[in-house]
Design a protein around this ligand. Structure first.
Ligand SMILES: COc1cc(/C=C/C(=O)SCCNC(=O)CCNC(=O)[C@H](O)C(C)(C)COP(=O)(O)OP(=O)(O)OC[C@H]2O[C@@H](n3cnc4c(N)ncnc43)[C@H](O)[C@@H]2OP(=O)(O)O)ccc1O
Ligand SMILES: O=C(O)CCC(=O)C(=O)O
Ligand SMILES: [Fe+2]
Length: 325
């Protein structure tokens, strides 16, 4: 089947062909006016989120960055990365208009006709690093403007694990490559039966996430419970990824998270994944082990780690076992 030719769903052999092979995306499916969720999207009961496992009284820390050079701001960043692996930042200096432009651009892209979006599918894309698929899409350059700010965040986190200087080698290990995804979660006929993104931890060093005002991102709390990350206008969500958990020898934790589907609104989110380079070897920093702490992780080639992540379905925190000693 030629995936570049649009095929009406009635002529497709099944929904998967329509959405995946013919690259109409879940948005194409959602716009057909389905009354019930196709079986391909129904999650096993244990993977669904219900009111019984949401902790409404809990919330991840919100850190005000207006006085970012004060020691207490660094302290709160490190505390949040140790305890939660997830936090929101406000008054971070990235103009609201820039954030709004990113959200508008995301909507504009997904609202393009399917044949336009298909030009960026794996087989058609003019670049290996820009890819349209179901639930993730092209790289954009705007995000790189946020690098300086991120560098400050990493400095704060490094100090607590005895890394006094971020030299060129460390810089490459911590933030040598970046990737931006545009996630689109279309209106779903039976949101309670499916997931937007299944349970996973990111493979990045840090992820900086811009979400819209709809909500639906949940972070793993204690004992099989989930904590909602409420949208706060102008804020950015920061989370620790597996690479930082490995480099800090487990001091900072990459936390499982997931996204629920929505029955009445189309949701977007824009994560920027800040990563080591694919050819970097990553493992616990010598500074972290200097005091005699036992290494929990071995040295792994980052591209092997990422390949392992993409080879399997989302499976919570299991990716990191690949690097465990
Ligand atoms: C998608 O839903 C997601 C995504 C995420 C997190 C996404 C991230 O991007 S985290 C950052 C990690 N990645 C990078 O920084 C670099 C991107 N990748 C690469 O540079 C290379 O792929 C490589 C890791 C160096 C491996 O290169 P190579 O040996 O040449 O193999 P490839 O053919 O490129 O890739 C192997 C395999 O993985 C798939 N894949 C790679 N990157 C992505 C990607 N960003 N999105 C989707 N799939 C990717 C690739 O298609 C290959 O699979 P095949 O089946 O096609 O063989 C978090 C949560 C989500 O839900
Ligand atoms: O959509 C969201 O809020 C989170 C997306 C996410 O976890 C990811 O793309 O890795
Ligand atoms: Fe994620």
């Amino acid at each position: 089947m030629d995936p570049t030719v649009a095929t009406p769903i009635s002529e497709s052999s099944n929904i998967t062909d329509f959405v995946v092979t013919n690259r109409n995306g879940v948005k194409g499916l959602s716009e057909m006016g389905l009354k019930t969720l196709p079986k391909q999207y129904i999650q096993p009961v244990e993977e669904r989120i219900t009111v019984s496992n949401i902790l409404p009284q809990e919330s991840i820390p919100i850190i005000d960055m207006s006085n970012w050079d004060e020691a207490k701001v660094s302290e709160s960043i490190c505390d949040a990365a140790e305890k939660w692996g997830f936090f929101q930042i406000i008054n971070h200096g990235v103009p609201i208009e820039v954030l709004e432009n990113v959200k508008d651009a995301t909507h504009r892209f997904f609202n393009l006709p399917a044949e336009e979006k298909r030009k960026f599918s794996k087989e058609n894309s003019p670049s290996n690093s820009v890819r349209f698929g179901t639930s993730f899409s092209p790289e954009a350059e705007k995000a790189l403007e946020w690098k300086d700010y991120l560098s400050m965040l990493l400095e704060a986190l490094m100090k607590r694990i005895n890394v006094k200087e971020i030299d060129e080698t460390k810089k490459s290990l911590l933030m040598g490559s970046k990737r931006i995804n545009l996630n689109y979660y279309p209106i779903c006929p039976n949101p309670e039966l499916t997931v937007g993104i299944g349970r996973h931890s990111d493979v990045s060093t840090l992820t900086i996430l811009l979400q819209d005002d709809i909500g639906g991102l949940y972070v793993r709390g204690n004992n099989d419970s989930w904590v909602h990350v409420p949208p706060i206008s102008g804020s950015l969500v920061i989370n620790v990824g597996d690479a930082l958990q490995i480099m800090s020898n487990g001091r900072y934790k990459s936390i499982e998270h997931r996204v629920v589907a929505n029955g009445s609104k189309n949701r977007i989110s824009v994560p920027i994944f800040v990563n080591p380079r694919p050819d970097d070897m990553i493992g616990p920093f010598p500074e972290v082990l200097a005091g005699g702490e036992k290494a929990l992780y071995k040295q792994v080639l980052y591209s092997n780690y990422v390949r392992h992540f993409f080879k399997k379905a989302h499976d919570g925190k299991k990716t990191i076992e690949f690097a465990k000693i």
